[in-house]
Design a protein around this ligand. Structure first.
Ligand SMILES: *[C@@H]1O[C@H](CO)[C@@H](O)[C@H](O)[C@H]1NC(C)=O
Ligand SMILES: *[C@@H]1O[C@H](CO)[C@@H](O)[C@H](O)[C@H]1NC(C)=O
Ligand SMILES: *[C@@H]1O[C@H](CO)[C@@H](O)[C@H](O)[C@H]1NC(C)=O
Ligand SMILES: *[C@@H]1O[C@H](CO)[C@@H](O)[C@H](O)[C@H]1NC(C)=O
Length: 413
């Protein structure tokens, strides 16, 4: 998992560091084939943040879901309707997720839908979604998988209204789209660790692959925009599987994957705990944020390298989902997912002044979709031979995350 997660956004130097240290710091180098059931949607709320829009004309085709139904406990069932969009109807699919364009020849992976045990998850309805979020600002906060999620939503919403591309930074890491007819703003705010983090550099100002995080400070990239946000979808996971020293202000708490003799060892799920509790505390205590700010935790998205790691020829060439008996409920991803949710629960037990929190618990759902990744079909000219088993094809099973998002927002109303 450590290895599965690094290659995408890391500098070459980091990759070398990771590669050369893989042998001695590798508790997470498991082949991930696995897992099963134990899903909980948990929603914490007082009153609807969407009261102001609840009277509007939401098409009745997007039914209210039984609030007692656990949306994330279920299984994938065949669905001959296939995906709602294609690579020709959605012009914003990034090349690296356009698997079909890059030669993926099987299509079976598009013909499944998620079926919760106790209810039905409605198919995504762009019209209903856009009317629910009229006048709102939604922000995806996290790493490249958060971006992947936003790109899926963009394709789904584009069926109803063509968005305007209103902002893109130099590296295309932060992006803002605007849907004028619905006064809806959709943005991604790229952050590796959510909290402030920096890579150590050597005397030549070259990255060393070792990071310092400060739990006492949030990454400004997203936190400065938070007061303006109505709905934030928070995630970030794939940068944590590398050497990271965790600090809280002046105090050094320890290190993930360092193996330094005088440093406390912190396990990745412990690291997630520390970071996520700091982040949720920050959000719940944010004074200049909107009173009805909705925060959705999207739990860790699993990768599926088989027969090796990302840099040793690992691949994800399956063409159909796993059943529950084929996944490992004790996997590290499941531990991290539980630790993420516990931190949110910890914060929401306290006094959080009307802010709303919810969980988009995709971990187990996606452990069952080893067939959803680009694998070799991501147009990787500069990394030929490396497979992407971290991100998800568009269209593909990641589109279900927006069906969950829609349902979770509906349940908050
Ligand atoms: C869509 O996929 C087809 C392969 O089915 C490919 O030939 C085409 O170039 C793709 N179009 C776009 C716009 O990506
Ligand atoms: C810095 O660069 C110089 C010249 O390229 C090289 O000799 C030296 O080894 C580098 N130092 C480090 C710490 O990488
Ligand atoms: C660990 O030891 C090194 C070298 O002796 C020192 O520079 C560093 O500050 C020490 N770190 C801690 C956390 O004590
Ligand atoms: C892993 O290797 C086995 C044996 O060579 C092969 O049958 C299987 O298809 C491979 N799995 C993947 C996902 O490539």
């Amino acid at each position: 998992m450590k290895s599965s997660s690094v290659f995408w956004e890391s500098s070459e130097k980091t990759q070398r560091w990771i590669a050369s240290n893989m042998g001695r710091s590798s508790p997470f180098l498991l082949p991930f084939l696995c897992i099963s059931l134990f899903f909980t949607v948990f929603l914490v709320y007082h009153q609807s943040p969407f009261r102001s829009i609840s009277d509007q004309n939401v098409p009745t085709t997007q039914p209210q879901i039984d609030p007692d139904c656990d949306l994330f406990k279920g299984h994938w069932v065949p669905d001959k309707r296939g995906s709602l969009y294609t690579n020709s109807s959605c012009s914003t699919i990034p090349a690296s997720k356009n698997c079909i364009k890059h030669g993926r020849s099987d299509r079976y992976f598009l013909f499944w839908r998620w079926k919760p045990d106790g209810c039905d998850l409605p198919r995504f309805n762009p019209k209903a979604f856009l009317s629910m979020v009229r006048g709102k600002k939604m922000s995806f906060i996290g790493d490249s998988v958060a971006r992947n999620h936003m790109e899926s939503l963009l394709c789904l919403l584009s069926m109803e209204e063509t968005p305007r591309d209103i902002y893109k930074d130099g590296e295309d890491r932060n992006r803002i789209w605007y849907f004028p007819s619905h006064d809806f703003t959709l943005s991604t705010s790229w952050t590796k660790f959510l909290v402030a983090g920096q890579e150590r550099v050597d005397s030549n100002k070259t990255g060393t692959g070792l990071f310092d995080l400060d739990l006492a400070k949030m990454d400004e990239g997203w936190s400065k925009g938070l007061p303006n946000t109505d709905i934030s979808i928070v995630s970030a996971a794939h940068w944590f599987f590398r050497p990271i020293i965790i600090h809280r202000g002046d105090e050094t708490l320890g290190c993930i994957y360092c193996n330094l003799p005088n440093m406390t060892h912190i396990s990745p799920d412990e690291g997630f705990k520390l970071v996520y509790s700091a982040v949720f505390k920050h959000i719940s205590e944010c004074k200049n944020c909107k009173e009805d700010l909705v925060t959705v935790l999207r739990t860790i998205s699993p990768s599926h390298f088989e027969n090796g790691t990302w840099d040793t020829g690992g691949a994800c060439s399956r063409t159909s989902p796993f059943g529950e008996n084929q996944i490992d409920l004790q996997s590290n991803e499941m531990k991290i997912r539980t630790s993420q949710i516990q931190q949110l629960e910890g914060v929401t037990k306290g006094d959080y002044k009307g802010k709303k929190f919810a969980v988009l618990d995709v971990t187990k759902v996606m452990l069952m979709r080893p067939d959803g990744h680009p694998n070799g079909h991501w147009g990787n000219k500069w990394m030929k031979g490396y497979n992407d088993c971290v991100h998800w094809c568009l269209p593909g099973p990641i589109d279900a995350w927006n069906e969950f998002l829609m349902a979770v927002i509906r349940q908050l109303r």
